[in-house]
Design a protein around this ligand. Structure first.
Ligand code: ADP
Ligand code: MG
Length: 567
C-alpha cells in the first residue's frame, strides 16, 4: 500500500542528507554565523557533540518576527529568485540547515538584532517551533543543540565515539578558520578550550595548528600573479618539495570561501608539483581560489562539499601555474643557498683558476634570465670546486665553506630531462641521424608501449619507421648518447607510469633522460664533473631529479663541527 509519509518522517529523511553526524551541525551553524557577518564565532560541544553543540556569533541576528520562519524548510534570506542560484555569494542558500537540525535534535535559538534592546528565544523540535520569548542577550545569535539523533537511533549508532566525533569537529573548524583570518574562532570540548584564534592575527598560528608546527614551517606562500583575464585568483600556501605526505588529505581548498574537496584541483595540484615530487608523495597546503560567483555552482552536492565550475580548465591551469612558479622560485632560491659562494673579498688570489660559474636563475616569469645579464649581477671569481668523485657515484665539491655532495646520476637526469623537454616543446629536438639504421623487433607488450609513447619519443628526437608488424627501423636517435647506445628495449622496460604528477609526454622524457645519462658507478673525468655541476646550477629546478630524488646535499661547517664534537 502506497501512503504519503507523515510530516515528521519526511523531515527526518530530508535531514539525513544534511545532518550526518555532529560535525554536520557545527558546519551548518558556523556557516550561518559567517553568512551573518560575524567577527567572532564560539563553538562549545560536549560528548563529541552528542550531548550539546552550542554556536554563538556576533553577526546581524534574526528579527523576532522571523525567528519561527528561520526553522521552516526552504526558508532563507539568502536567495530571492531562482536565478540567484547562478551567483551565490553565501555559504548557505537552501534554507534547510536549521530545519534539518531541528528534525533530529532539540534546538534553542536566541538572537538579537541591533534594532532591539533585548533578544528573543525560540525552541524548535521536529516541526514544532515555540513562540519567541524575550530574553537578555548580546547582539548576534546563539544556537544550542541538545540530544542529537535522540529520535533517530540508527544514526546515533553510526556515529563514532565522542572523542572521534570531536576530532572531526576540531579539524574542520581549524581548517575553516584559514579561510576567514579576520574572524575570531574558539572551540571547547567538555568545558576545556581546544583552541582560541584571535581575529586578524597572522595566519601562521592557524597554519601551525592545522598542519603541525614543523610542517607549517615548510609552507611557501604562493606567488600571486596578476589575475588571469578570466578573473581566477589563486592564493595560499604549498609545502616545499621534499616535505610531503603519503596522502592528499592535507591539500585544503577554498573556492570562494567554501572549504571543499575537488578532484579537479587535486589534479592541478599534482600537475604543478610535477617534477618536484617523489613518486606517490603528495604536497600539502591550502589554496584559496576566488572566482566570480557566476563561475561556480555550489548547488551540486547535498552537503555542499563539492562545486561545479563553469571554466574548469581555466581554474586547473591557474592552480597548476601558481604552484609550479612558486616551487621553481623556491628551488632556485634553495640552490643559491646550497651553493652559496664565499663573498668575493674572501676569495684567495690563487683560486681565480677555479671553474667560474655563470649563474642562471629562474626569473619571476619562470624563464631563465640570459647568462649575460646574470653574469653582470653575480660577482666574478666565485665558484664551486670539485674535489673528488666518491665511489664512482657522488661528486664532492666545496665553496670553501661547506661540503657539497652531488648525486651524479640524479643530477645528470635533471639536466637531460630539462634539455629534452625544452627542445621537444620548442619543436627542435636534438637528433642524431644514424649512419647505419637498424631494425628492432619488439614483443607485443613492448610494441604497445612503444606505440603509446612514440609521439613523445619522436618529439624528443627518435626517428623510427614501422618496418613490418612489431618491427621498426631506427633511423635517428635522440642526441647526447655519445658512446652509449640508445637501448630502446631497456628504455621501454623502464617506462613506467609511476612518476607522480608528470604528464604522459613528460614521463617519456623523464625515462629517456634516465637512460641517456651517467649512472652511479660511472667514473668521470674532472672536466666532466665540473661540466655536470655547471649545467646543474642552470636548471630550472636543480634540487631534484625528475623522479623527485634530491640531487644536492650540503653539509655545513656546523654539521662537521658536531661530528668532531667541537660544539
Ligand atoms: P540557509 O543558511 O540556507 O539560508 P538556514 O536554515 O541555515 O538556511 O537558515 C535560515 C535563515 O535563518 C537564514 O537564511 C538566515 O536568514 C537566518 N539565520 C540562521 N542562522 C543565523 C545566524 N547565526 N545569524 C543570522 N541569521 C541567521
Ligand atoms: Mg544555513
Amino acid at each position: 500500500m502506497i501512503r504519503l509519509l507523515d510530516e515528521t518522517t519526511v523531515l527526518v529523511i530530508a535531514a539525513g542528507e544534511v545532518v550526518e553526524r555532529p560535525l554536520s551541525v557545527v558546519k551548518e551553524l558556523v556557516e550561518n554565523a559567517l553568512d551573518a557577518g560575524a567577527t567572532r564565532v564560539t563553538v562549545s560541544v560536549s560528548q563529541g557533540g552528542l550531548a550539546t553543540i552550542e554556536v554563538s556569533d556576533d553577526g546581524t541576528g534574526i528579527a523576532p518576527n522571523e525567528l519561527r520562519l528561520a526553522f521552516a524548510r526552504h526558508a532563507t534570506s539568502k536567495l530571492g529568485v531562482a536565478s540567484d542560484l547562478e551567483r551565490i555569494a553565501t555559504l548557505g542558500f537552501r534554507g534547510e540547515g536549521l530545519a534539518s537540525i531541528a528534525a533530529v535534535a532539540r534546538v534553542r535559538l536566541i538572537s538579537r538584532t541591533s534594532e532591539n534592546e533585548v533578544g528573543y528565544a525560540v525552541e524548535a523540535h521536529g516541526s514544532d517551533v515555540s513562540d519567541p520569548e524575550a530574553v537578555a542577550a548580546p547582539i548576534g545569535t546563539r544556537v544550542v543543540v541538545n540530544d542529537l539523533f535522540a529520535n533517530v537511533p540508527v544514526r546515533r549508532e553510526y556515529v563514532r565515539a565522542p572523542a572521534a566525533e570531536f576530532a572531526r569537529i576540531s579539524a574542520f573548524l581549524a581548517m575553516l578558520s584559514l579561510g576567514y583570518p579576520s574572524v575570531a574562532f574558539s572551540l571547547s570540548h567538555d568545558g576545556r578550550a581546544a583552541f582560541v584564534f584571535a581575529p586578524g592575527t597572522a595566519l601562521e598560528e592557524r597554519l601551525a595548528h592545522v598542519f603541525g608546527p614543523a610542517q607549517s614551517r615548510a609552507l611557501l606562500a604562493l606567488d600571486v600573479g596578476a589575475p588571469a583575464a578570466e578573473a581566477v585568483r589563486v592564493r595560499g600556501y604549498v609545502s616545499t618539495p621534499g616535505i610531503d605526505r603519503a596522502d592528499r588529505r592535507m591539500q585544503l581548498l577554498f573556492v570562494n570561501g567554501r572549504l571543499l574537496r575537488s578532484t579537479l584541483v587535486a589534479g592541478a595540484w599534482s600537475a604543478g608539483y610535477a617534477t618536484f615530487a617523489l613518486a606517490n608523495r603528495q604536497a600539502f597546503g591550502v589554496l584559496f581560489v576566488d572566482l566570480p560567483p557566476d563561475h561556480v555552482d555550489p548547488n551540486v552536492h547535498p552537503t555542499k562539499s563539492d562545486v561545479r565550475l563553469r571554466y574548469p580548465e581555466t581554474v586547473h591551469d591557474a592552480v597548476r601555474r601558481a604552484i609550479a612558479a612558486t616551487l621553481a622560485r623556491d628551488a632556485s632560491g634553495r640552490m643559491r643557498t646550497a651553493l652559496s659562494f664565499a663573498p668575493p673579498g674572501r676569495t684567495a688570489e690563487g683560486e681565480q683558476t677555479m671553474p667560474a660559474f655563470s649563474w642562471q636563475t629562474a626569473a619571476p616569469n619562470g624563464h631563465a634570465a640570459s647568462p649575460g645579464a646574470e653574469a653582470e649581477r653575480e660577482p666574478r671569481g666565485s665558484g664551486l670546486r670539485v674535489l673528488a668523485q666518491l665511489d664512482a657515484t657522488y661528486l664532492l665539491a666545496t665553496d670553501g665553506e661547506a661540503l657539497v655532495l652531488v648525486d651524479q646520476h640524479a643530477a645528470h637526469e635533471r639536466i637531460a630531462f630539462e634539455a629534452i623537454a625544452q627542445r621537444a616543446r620548442a619543436g627542435t629536438p636534438a637528433q642524431e641521424p644514424l649512419l647505419l639504421p637498424y631494425t628492432i623487433e619488439l614483443d607485443a607488450s613492448d610494441a604497445a608501449r612503444f606505440e603509446a609513447s612514440r609521439a613523445a619519443l619522436m618529439a624528443a628526437g627518435l626517428d623510427a619507421e614501422p618496418f613490418g608488424e612489431r618491427t621498426y627501423r631506427i633511423v635517428a636517435t635522440p642526441a647526447g648518447y655519445g658512446a652509449r647506445a640508445f637501448d630502446l628495449r631497456g628504455y621501454l622496460a623502464d617506462l613506467g607510469d609511476e612518476i607522480a604528477g608528470l604528464d604522459a609526454r613528460e614521463r617519456v622524457w623523464a625515462s629517456l633522460a634516465c637512460h641517456s645519462v651517467v649512472r652511479a658507478g660511472d667514473a668521470l673525468e674532472p672536466a666532466e664533473m665540473s661540466a655536470l655541476l655547471e649545467r646543474l646550477v642552470r636548471c630550472e629546478n636543480p634540487m631534484h631529479c625528475p623522479h623527485g630524488r634530491p640531487t644536492i646535499v650540503r653539509i655545513e661547517p656546523g654539521d662537521i663541527a658536531r661530528m668532531f664534537k667541537r660544539v
